[in-house]
Design a protein around this ligand. Structure first.
Ligand SMILES: [Cu+2]
Length: 247
């Protein structure tokens, strides 16, 4: 009952999410796919219970011309009694289903609670298809323009320039240190603050927080960012790295 979505494998089976049944239905395709499985074409082979009320469903490489056929993930909307209850909001539940054997041998291998909104459409692709950057291509990279930011600084060229009430800061960021590490402003100044991470080490992310001004940045290795604010409060305001590298 309650069929929602259908995905495919490499053995001529289709998998349909059954919302009201809380099940994954495996059924056979016909035509050119009829010889890939031992059963009759267009036949229900197995209804595997999942916990609970599955909406979307994803098969490994399932939307390509060459599905992988090893795994399906059931994206279940409700978990109810599956995990320790910590309040009215219970987690969604992703379940990894082994579909590697033919016939009625599907089984749930693993539960993964998701503490956020209802799981919707998802894809599973081979990891080697992803070629992510580990650090930005050059120091001072602006991810919005995909180029080196004109306000990026190199080590040694950091500076603070005051022009009347306008103060512009070019700061570098590296493990355990911001340069400059002291910035003096007057109440009423307009502040433009450029930050450049000099890091080339993968995963060496730094942060930059001035809690007194509600400023909170994440600076990935090599990234450059600019933040702008009006210094409208008296006092001394600490700034520090929220990735806790001691800067
Ligand atoms: Cu840091």
């Amino acid at each position: 009952l309650g069929p929602f979505h259908t995905v495919y494998d490499d053995k001529g089976y289709a998998y349909t999410s059954m919302f009201l049944d809380s099940a994954v239905a495996r059924w056979t395709l016909g035509g050119p796919y009829a010889s890939k499985h031992p059963e009759q074409p267009w036949t229900l082979v197995q209804k595997l219970p999942v916990q609970y009320n599955i909406g979307h469903i994803a098969a490994a490489e399932g939307d390509t011309a060459s599905p992988d056929g090893q795994y399906v993930v059931a994206l279940d909307k409700w978990s109810i009694d599956r995990f320790a209850n910590v309040g009215p909001l219970m987690p969604q539940n992703f379940q990894l289903v082994d579909i590697s054997q033919t016939g009625d041998k599907m089984q749930v291998l693993y539960d993964m609670p998701i503490g956020m909104a209802e799981p919707h459409y998802a894809q599973i692709i081979k990891a080697e298809k992803l070629k992510p950057w580990q650090v930005y291509p050059e120091i001072g990279w602006n991810p919005e323009t995909q180029s080196v930011d004109p306000n990026a600084v190199k080590a040694g060229s950091e500076k603070i320039v005051r022009n009347g009430n306008n103060v512009e800061i070019w700061m570098s960021v590296i493990r355990s240190h911001y340069t400059p590490d002291l910035v003096e402003l007057n109440k009423g100044d307009h502040v433009v603050w450029h930050l450049t991470s000099l890091e080339r080490t993968p995963d060496a992310t730094h942060g930059f927080a001035i809690p007194g001004y509600n400023i909170n940045l994440s600076l990935e290795p090599g990234e450059s960012q600019t933040v702008e604010f009006d210094a409208d409060k008296d006092g001394t305001f600490p700034f520090y790295c929220t990735d806790f590298c001691s800067a």
